[in-house]
Design a protein around this ligand. Structure first.
Ligand SMILES: [Zn+2]
Length: 362
């Protein structure tokens, strides 16, 4: 659709790339922006050689502008925070983590737990940037990442520009929650729903681009639910024997062995934050699989294999859908607090006790 728009000289001046976190929405929008200004494009891809491509590969093309959510940091006051001040970090983010989430981005630029937003100031930035003549390229491109986090004033400003777009300008909105955009904005953009990766695509990518063993890549793909971000995260942080640890932990919760659970929480607290998070994420994926197993007789929907599959199906038989759902909620909640720097030991102990209560509540 994107390519044929270009071929037929029908490039929509405002396009929305909608995709879940970890989907290729942002990387596709970047590739598209590169293609639009490539000096020698092939039928299906950029040349990768021309000066325009070279600049776009480093995200320094003068006709490609970026707006994204930011917050105050140690060095930047809230009233000054705007995309412009964080371009260096933004380029690093695009180069290293184009499948990253808002949280990855906040961590990278130093916003930590502060609420990142696209501020009212950006309205002016957008108008200024687009009022200029294109320096080098055919198109002036304004890529807005997570436009759902726009301050309403900024959103209204953008709406004005969308109504009367400057010549040869293209807006690319890359959104995780497009339904949160003003309906007046939604109605002015051409929407593309970017699917998440399939398990097979993920697993192939992990092998080809990240040098992960095939067997492991399949396991990771099953757990990551279409998110390359999550798959990569699990690949670096997750212990190889997550399964052994997880099934051991569930057994302790079931037997309500308090002393062992305390030791277990102690062990958990010694892991890095990333590994703790990956472990809980793993647990959440296993519960998700158990839910499928408990609520369906068709195990073709299951993504796990071998011992994990046996575990999940036993789990699904032993517990009700409500119980598993409750346990999944407890884990999500724990992950939320872990991200906000709760004490890992207390948090994990608390989680273990609550899970054993749910198991017993049958
Ligand atoms: Zn090129």
């Amino acid at each position: 659709m994107l390519l044929s728009g270009i071929r037929n000289n029908h490039v929509a001046h405002a396009q929305l790339f909608a995709g879940r976190p970890g989907s290729p929405a942002l990387s596709l929008a970047l590739a598209y922006a590169t293609y639009l200004n490539c000096e020698n494009p092939g039928d299906e891809d950029v040349c990768g050689q021309c000066p325009s491509c070279a600049k776009n590969q480093k995200f320094v093309h003068p006709d490609v502008h970026f707006i994204f959510p930011v917050s105050s940091t140690k060095n930047v006051a809230a009233k000054d925070a705007s995309s412009r001040l964080f371009l260096k970090e933004w380029r690093e983010f695009l180069l290293t983590t184009p499948y990253g989430s808002l949280q990855d981005w906040s961590t990278l630029y130093g916003g930590e737990d502060k609420q990142a937003l696209i501020s009212t100031k950006e309205k002016q930035t957008i108008t200024n940037d687009l009022s200029l003549k294109a320096f080098e390229g055919k198109y002036k491109i304004m890529l807005i990442w997570l436009p759902e986090l726009m301050h309403p004033n900024a959103a209204n400003g953008i709406l004005k520009v969308l109504e009367e777009p400057p010549e040869n300008s293209v807006f690319l909105l890359v959104s995780e929650q497009p339904d949160r955009l003003l309906t007046t904005i939604q109605s002015r953009v051409q929407r593309l729903n970017i699917p998440s990766f399939s398990d097979q695509e993920l697993s192939e990518l992990l092998v080809a681009a990240h040098g992960i063993q095939e067997e492991r890549s399949k396991q990771l793909a099953h757990l990551a639910d279409g998110s390359l971000r999550l798959a990569l995260h699990l690949s670096t942080e997750a212990e190889e024997d997550n399964y052994a640890q997880f099934s051991h932990w569930m057994r302790l919760c079931h037997q309500r062995q308090m002393n062992d659970l305390v030791d277990n929480a102690e062990e958990f607290s010694k892991l890095t934050r990333g590994a703790q998070n990956a472990f809980l994420q793993y647990g959440l994926s296993m519960f998700r699989e158990a839910l499928i197993s408990a609520s369906s007789t068709h195990d073709g929907l299951l993504r796990v294999e071998n011992q994990e599959k046996t575990f999940v199906s036993n789990f699904g038989k032993a517990l009700s859908v409500d119980q598993i759902q409750k346990m999944a909620e407890l884990i999500s909640e724990a992950m939320y607090h872990l991200e906000r720097n709760a004490s890992a030991k207390i948090l994990f102990m608390n989680l273990s006790i609550n899970i054993s209560k749910v198991i017993k509540s049958k």
